[in-house]
Write a protein that binds this ligand. Structure first.
Ligand SMILES: Cc1cc2nc3c(=O)[nH]c(=O)nc-3n(C[C@H](O)[C@H](O)[C@H](O)COP(=O)(O)OP(=O)(O)OC[C@H]3O[C@@H](n4cnc5c(N)ncnc54)[C@H](O)[C@@H]3O)c2cc1C
Length: 467
């Protein structure tokens, strides 16, 4: 067996692992990264980037179809059609450019990338079965081991992936658009992809076991998303439990909240009920590390319960977001390089790219009160016009605050380009630790969503100024 030695060994080349590797190399740490698949992880290959690319294409098609009818803007097109195979090729091209960029960056910084499947032997030793079939396995020894293996899709018992039952990964590369799609799970992944398929022309039905769509988001923010689903013609069944596929294999059997059984016809079923940390199949159990539920337990420096074994990203549980994984990866590299760092943000923004986008600040600070006071604000003036003329521009800002004025939570639902600004507004609050007075005292370009973020803060303080 070939043997190598490095200072930092990273398992997993997703946003957590590759950012950690680049930062470590920048700081002069000898770094090896093991990745079994294409660099970039879930985010670049089968997550954030391809989903947002399809959302963009589906939206463009949907808007073009508007112009085949009456148009207040005076724009008319004869007809609109979409070549889904070409759309998928375009999306794959974006993914390839970005994953190629990650590979180039790692190379530029001198990170050694090993393509293969890593298996832990002990806290300082990892065996890698190389991707090349004829190659000998490699043993790599290290001083620091960083675990960044990400997460995997959760399936439904009795309804394994395969055939008509697909996961988000297959949904991101459709060969064609099914006539009828049932989406199980009304979290952000189910809704983002459900809306994509609806805009591409499928009849979409969403089934959710809980009594709300986007159950982790603030009720007020979810209302415009629910209204938009209705306008788009997406059927939503809340409080429904999926029982399995019917005998003919062409419908999903469900129980409503009164226990009545019915069938929802489906050419395809997208199961999007969540993701779980990838803790199996790579020898993690050898280390007997402390766990927190299904995730690996880490402290505010991403240290596990074993010295010099670190973990970041989805493997460490919620919130499973690319920017969190990246921030943790950068921090771990800096700590190993001798810097004093902690990962303890007040909050982490999460953007849901539905229609309209819903932005929600995630509570991460321990010991915060569970019942803060909320204010919600919906401006009456038409803020940034959306490209689709018949679509109103729904906007909702909400805050939760604690006496003293420090916002605990800021949420924003907006459409179109506002999504980006929504994230900005929440980020400004979350990262900067701003008070309501600070946000109320900001000055924003007009007309932008920043004004609404400011106005909601003023309302929370009791001195509303604008409409
Ligand atoms: C459809 C979808 C849409 C999403 N949209 C967003 C979004 O808009 N915004 C956002 O912030 N997040 C989004 N996410 C979540 C985001 O993709 C993840 O939070 C992020 O990728 C986690 O990064 P990570 O580095 O922890 O793990 P991953 O990206 O999962 O990377 C882990 C890597 O480790 C490799 N690996 C695992 N085990 C081994 C082993 N034993 N040996 C070698 N390699 C191994 C895997 O092949 C993988 O490449 C989305 C996810 C999905 C599924």
């Amino acid at each position: 067996m070939d043997a190598q030695h490095t200072t930092l060994l990273i398992i997993g080349g997703g946003p957590g692992g590759y950012v950690a590797a680049i930062r470590a190399a920048q700081l002069g740490i000898a770094t090896t990264l093991v990745e079994s698949d294409t660099l970039g992880g879930t985010c670049l290959n089968i997550g954030c980037i391809p989903s947002k690319a399809l959302i963009h294409a589906a939206d463009a098609y949907h808007q073009t179809r508007h112009f085949t009818g009456d148009s207040t803007l005076g724009i008319h097109v004869q007809s609109a059609s979409i070549d889904v195979a070409q759309t998928v090729r375009w999306k794959d091209g974006i993914v390839a450019r970005l994953t190629g960029g990650v590979s180039a960056l790692l190379k530029k910084h001198g990170v050694k990338v090993v393509k293969g499947w890593a298996r832990i032997v002990d806290g300082k030793t990892v065996d890698v079965t190389l991707a090349k079939p004829e190659a000998e396995p490699t043993r790599i020894q290290c001083e620091h081991l960083l675990l960044a293996t990400g997460s995997v899709e959760l399936g439904l018992p009795g309804m394994p992936f395969g055939g008509r039952v697909i996961s988000s990964t297959q949904a991101l590369s459709p060969a064609s658009v099914p006539a009828k799609l049932v989406v199980v799970g009304a979290g952000y992944i189910g809704l983002e992809l459900g809306i994509v398929y609806r805009k591409l022309g499928a009849d979409v039905t969403v089934v959710e076991a809980q009594n709300s769509i986007l159950p982790l988001y603030d009720d007020e923010l979810v209302k415009p998303v629910a209204a938009s689903l209705r306008r788009l013609g997406v059927q939503v069944h809340l409080g429904y439990k999926v029982q399995g596929i019917n005998a003919a294999g062409d419908a999903v059997r469900v129980h409503d909240n009164a226990g009545r059984e019915s069938e929802l016809p489906a050419d395809q079923v997208l199961v999007a009920i969540g993701r779980v940390p990838r803790t199996h199949g790579w020898g993690l159990e050898q280390l007997m590390l402390a766990m927190q539920g299904r995730a690996l337990k880490v402290d505010d420096q991403c240290r596990t319960s074993m010295r010099n074994v670190w973990a970041i990203g989805d493997l460490t549980g919620e919130p499973m977001l690319a920017h969190r994984a990246m921030a943790q990866g950068e921090m771990v590299a800096e700590i190993i390089a001798g810097k004093r760092r902690h990962f303890a943000p007040n909050a982490i923004a999460a953007v849901c790219f539905t229609d309209p986008g819903s932005c929600h600040r995630w509570f991460v600070t321990q010991g915060m009160p569970r019942r803060p006071t909320w204010t919600a604000f919906r401006p009456t003036s038409p803020l940034p016009p959306t490209a689709a003329p018949r679509r109103p521009s729904p906007l909702m800002v909400s805050y939760a605050w604690w006496p003293g004025g420090q916002p605990l939570d800021c949420g924003l639902a907006s459409s179109g380009r506002g999504r980006v600004r929504a994230e900005y507004g929440v980020f400004a609050l979350a990262g900067g630790g701003a008070t309501l007075e600070d946000v109320g005292g900001t000055i924003h370009a007009h007309p932008t969503l920043g004004e609404a973020v400011q106005e909601a803060a003023l309302r929370a303080l009791g001195h509303a100024l604008h409409v």
